[in-house]
Design a protein around this ligand. Structure first.
Ligand code: GLC
Length: 678
C-alpha cells in the first residue's frame, strides 16, 4: 500500500473538552445547577432553574463526550436508522417515515427539488423533514445532502459556476475556495448542511462522462484545488456556521482511472463510467489515492463517498475486480487506518446493490468494508431504506455485523451532526438566504468563467477582438445557458432547455460590442463584410455514464425520460462543423469557442480554417465572463487541465505518456494582453 506522501497531521480537532465537568456529568448526570453552583461559589439572587438537559444535549461538553453519552442511550434500531439515507421524493408525501425509521439523513438526488423550486421552499422542506427527525425519542437531528457541485445547481436561482474542469484551467486555488464558500452559503441558507462535493477524481480518459467533474488529469492539479473543501467547510470548528456545509471527497477511489470497454459501446451500457481500474498498486496509489491524503489530513474533509468503480490489481493477475463499495482494504485499512479519516463514509446511490451475492450479503460486505451511511433512496419494501434497515438489524442480531462496527459508523455520523451545530440549531438559519444568486456572487461566477478560458490558437493576433468591430455570431452553444451550464443544473442530466439566471455568450457579446451584432445559429444569415466571426460550438448537457463516449443515447430524466439524445462522440456536430466552415470562409476573422465538458476533436483541415480557438469548458451562468477575455477586458490566463488530443483514438492520453503527441499538451495556454482593443 502507498507510502504516506503527507506527514500525518493531528486528526480533526474537536471542541476543547471540558474534561472534569464532562466526567462528572457523564458519570453522575448531576443536574448542571448543582455542579455550577458548587459550595462557596457566588450564586445568583435566586438559585438558577435546575437544568434537566442530558449530557448529549449540553453544548458545553466535548463532542466526544456528547457522542459517547448519546450512543449509550441508543437502541440498535435507532443506530441502524442513523446509518440510513433516503431520497426526498420518497418521503416528501409522508415525512413521518423519518420518525418511524429514525432516518439519519435525507438527500436530493440530481433534479429532486421542492415545488416551487425556490430558496424559501427548500428551507421550508428541509425544516419540515427536520421536525420529523426531532420527533424521535432522542430527538437526533437530520442531516440533508445535495450535489452542490458547481453551486447549488439544483436550486432555481442559485449562482451556477463553471464545472471543475474549467476551475482546473484557472490554476487559481483561492478563487476555487471563494466559489466553494459561496456555494456553501447558498446551500446552507436554503436548508442542506451537506454537499456531495468536491469530486477529487483524476480524469485520465476524456471519453468518461464525468471528465468535467474533475479538476484535471494530474493528482497535483486536483490536490491544488482541494481548497474547495476549505471553502465549503471553513476551518476546523466552523462547520456550525450558517455559511458552511460538510464536504464530501468523492468518489473513493479511482473513479477516473477506469478502462474503456469497447464491447459496451453502443449497447446502452456505460463503456467507462463505473468501470474497472486495471492498474498496479503503485499507479493506483499515485493517481487514485494521492488526492485523499491531503483531503483528509490537511483539509479535514468531513465525508468520503466510495466510487461505483472497481479495482483489479495487475500484480494479482487481472480477473478479480473488487467493487469500491465492498473494499475493506481500501476503505478501512487505508482510508480510515493509514490516512486517519474520522468522518463519514457515505455510499453512492444504491452502491451496495452492485456487490455480489444476496441483498443481505451486499449489506454485510459494504458495512463491514467500512461504509457508515447508506444512500438507499427508495421507500419500496424490497428496493430501499425499509429493506436496508430490516436487513442490517438482522445481520447484527445474527452476528454477521458487529456492534462495534455499528457504533463506529454511528459515532462518525453523530460527530458530524454535533460539529454542524445541528443539536443546538436544527432548523435552517436563513440569514444569508437573500444572498442566493446575488450580484456579488454572479460577479465571482463571471471572473471564474473568464479565468477558465484557455486560448489554444491565435493566428494574426485575432484576439482580443476590437469592440468597435461588427460581430457575426453562430453555433449551437452561442445562446444556450443550459448548454453552457452542463449537467447537475436544475436536473440531474442538465438540459438545453434549462434556463437559469445569468448571461449567455451571445448576451455578453451584445453587451460588449459597440458595432453591429448578427446572430445566426446555423450561419444561414449573410455575413456582413468586415465582421469578426465568432462560432460557439460544443456539447449538450449530460451526467455520469450518459456522457460516456458510446454511452446510452437516452437520458433518464423525469422531465424527458426516453427522449433520444445524441450519443456522445467527442466530435463536433455536423451543424457546428458547417457553421465553422461557413463563417471562417466569409468573415474577416474566425474565432471558435468550444463549450464542452472535455476536449473535442478538431480536424487538421478544420483547424486550418480557424484563426482563434478557445476551450471554454462549461462556464456556467456567466457567459459574460467568456466575453471579457474575448474582447480583452481580461487577459487570457487559462491553461489546459487535461491533454487536448488530436483524435479520440488517442484516448487515454495524459502528460507523461510515452510518445506523447497531442494537439495541445496539458498545461498549454496562450496569453493575451489585458487591455481592450478599440
Ligand atoms: C450519483 C453520483 C454521486 C452523487 C449521488 C447523489 O449517482 O454518482 O456523485 O453524489 O448520486 O446524487
Amino acid at each position: 500500500m502507498p507510502s504516506n506522501p503527507c506527514p500525518r497531521s493531528p486528526r480533526r480537532r474537536r471542541r476543547a473538552a471540558l474534561g472534569s465537568l464532562a466526567a462528572v456529568l457523564a458519570a453522575g448526570l448531576v443536574p448542571l445547577a448543582t455542579v455550577a453552583t458548587a459550595p462557596g461559589a457566588a450564586t445568583a439572587a435566586s438559585a438558577p432553574q435546575a437544568d434537566r438537559r442530558l449530557p448529549y444535549q449540553d453544548p458545553r461538553l466535548s463532542t466526544a463526550a456528547r457522542v459517547d453519552d448519546l450512543l449509550g442511550r441508543m437502541t440498535l434500531a435507532e443506530k441502524v436508522g442513523q446509518m440510513t439515507q433516503a431520497e426526498r421524493a420518497d418521503i416528501d408525501a409522508d415525512p413521518a417515515q423519518i420518525t418511524e425509521y429514525g432516518l439519519g439523513s435525507v438527500l436530493s438526488g440530481g433534479g429532486s427539488v421542492p415545488d416551487p423550486n425556490t430558496p424559501e421552499a427548500w428551507a421550508d422542506m428541509v425544516d419540515r423533514y427536520q421536525r420529523a427527525a426531532l420527533d424521535t425519542r432522542l430527538g437526533i437531528p437530520l442531516i440533508y445532502g445535495v450535489d452542490s457541485v458547481h453551486g447549488h445547481g439544483n436550486l432555481q436561482g442559485a449562482t451556477v459556476f463553471p464545472h471543475n474542469i474549467g476551475l482546473g484551467a484557472t490554476r487559481d486555488p483561492r478563487l476555487v475556495e471563494r466559489i466553494a464558500h459561496i456555494t456553501a452559503e447558498e446551500t446552507r441558507a436554503t436548508g442542506p448542511q451537506w454537499a456531495f462535493a468536491p469530486c477529487v477524481c483524476v480524469a485520465r480518459d476524456d471519453r468518461w462522462g464525468r471528465t468535467y467533474e474533475s479538476f484535471g488529469e494530474t493528482p497535483e492539479l486536483v490536490i491544488r484545488m482541494e481548497t474547495a473543501i476549505d471553502g465549503l467547510q471553513g476551518r476546523p470548528g466552523q462547520l456550525d456556521r450558517p455559511d458552511r456545509v460538510l464536504a464530501t471527497a468523492k468518489h473513493f477511489a479511482g473513479d477516473g482511472l477506469t478502462s474503456y470497454d469497447e464491447s459496451k459501446a453502443g449497447t446502452g451500457a456505460y463503456p467507462i463510467d463505473q468501470g474497472v481500474d486495471q492498474v498496479s498498486r503503485e499507479e493506483y496509489a499515485d493517481l487514485a489515492l494521492a488526492p485523499y491524503w491531503p483531503a483528509v489530513q490537511e483539509h479535514h474533509v468531513g465525508s468520503v463517498m466510495p466510487s461505483f468503480s472497481s479495482v483489479d490489481w495487475t500484480e494479482d493477475g487481472l480477473g478479480n475486480p473488487v467493487k469500491m463499495h465492498g473494499n475493506h482494504e481500501l476503505i478501512t485499512d487505508v482510508l480510515k487506518g493509514e490516512m486517519g479519516f474520522d468522518g463519514i463514509v457515505v455510499s453512492d446511490w444504491q452502491g451496495l446493490r452492485q456487490l455480489p451475492g444476496t441483498y443481505a450479503d451486499q449489506v454485510e460486505t459494504s458495512v463491514n468494508a467500512g461504509v457508515d451511511m447508506f444512500m438507499e433512496p427508495y421507500s419500496g419494501s424490497s428496493t430501499g431504506y425499509p429493506q436496508f434497515t430490516e436487513t442490517l438489524t438482522q445481520l447484527v442480531q445474527d452476528g454477521r455485523v458487529s456492534h462495534a462496527r455499528i457504533d463506529d459508523a454511528v459515532s462518525r455520523i453523530l460527530t458530524a451532526k454535533f460539529e454542524l451545530g445541528l443539536f443546538e440549531h436544527p432548523m435552517t438559519d436563513r440569514r444569508f438566504i437573500d444572498q442566493v444568486g446575488s450580484t456579488a456572487h454572479h460577479r465571482v461566477a463571471r471572473r471564474a468563467a473568464a479565468e477558465s478560458q484557455v486560448l489554444l490558437r491565435n493566428e494574426h493576433r485575432t484576439l482580443p477582438l476590437r469592440s468597435s468591430q461588427d460581430v457575426y455570431v453562430a453555433g449551437s452553444n452561442a445562446d444556450n445557458i443550459g448548454n453552457q451550464a452542463g449537467g447537475w443544473t436544475l436536473t440531474w442530466q442538465g438540459g438545453s432547455t434549462n434556463v437559469i439566471p445569468g448571461t449567455t455568450i451571445l448576451d455578453g457579446i451584445e453587451s460588449a460590442a459597440s458595432g453591429d451584432v448578427t446572430f445566426s445559429e446555423d450561419a444561414s444569415e449573410p455575413v456582413p463584410a468586415g465582421a469578426a466571426g465568432v462560432v460557439v460550438v460544443g456539447e449538450t448537457p449530460y451526467a455520469e455514464g450518459f456522457g460516456d463516449v458510446g454511452g446510452p443515447q437516452w437520458a433518464y430524466d423525469p422531465g424527458d425520460h426516453g427522449v433520444a439524445r445524441p450519443a456522445k462522440t467527442m466530435q463536433l456536430s455536423e451543424a457546428d462543423t458547417r457553421a465553422v466552415e461557413t463563417v471562417c470562409a466569409e468573415a474577416a476573422s474566425c474565432t471558435v469557442l468550444v463549450v464542452s465538458g472535455r476536449p473535442m476533436e478538431i480536424s487538421p483541415d478544420l483547424l486550418g480554417q480557424i484563426d482563434a480557438l478557445v476551450a471554454s469548458w462549461l462556464p456556467g451562468s456567466e457567459g459574460s465572463g467568456v466575453v471579457d477575455v474575448l474582447f480583452g477586458r481580461q487577459p487570457f490566463t487559462g491553461r489546459l487541465p487535461v491533454t487536448w488530443p488530436r483524435t479520440v483514438e488517442q484516448e487515454p492520453i495524459n502528460v507523461g505518456d510515452a510518445d506523447y503527441d497531442p494537439l495541445y499538451p496539458y498545461g498549454f495556454g496562450l496569453r493575451t494582453h489585458g487591455h481592450a482593443h478599440r
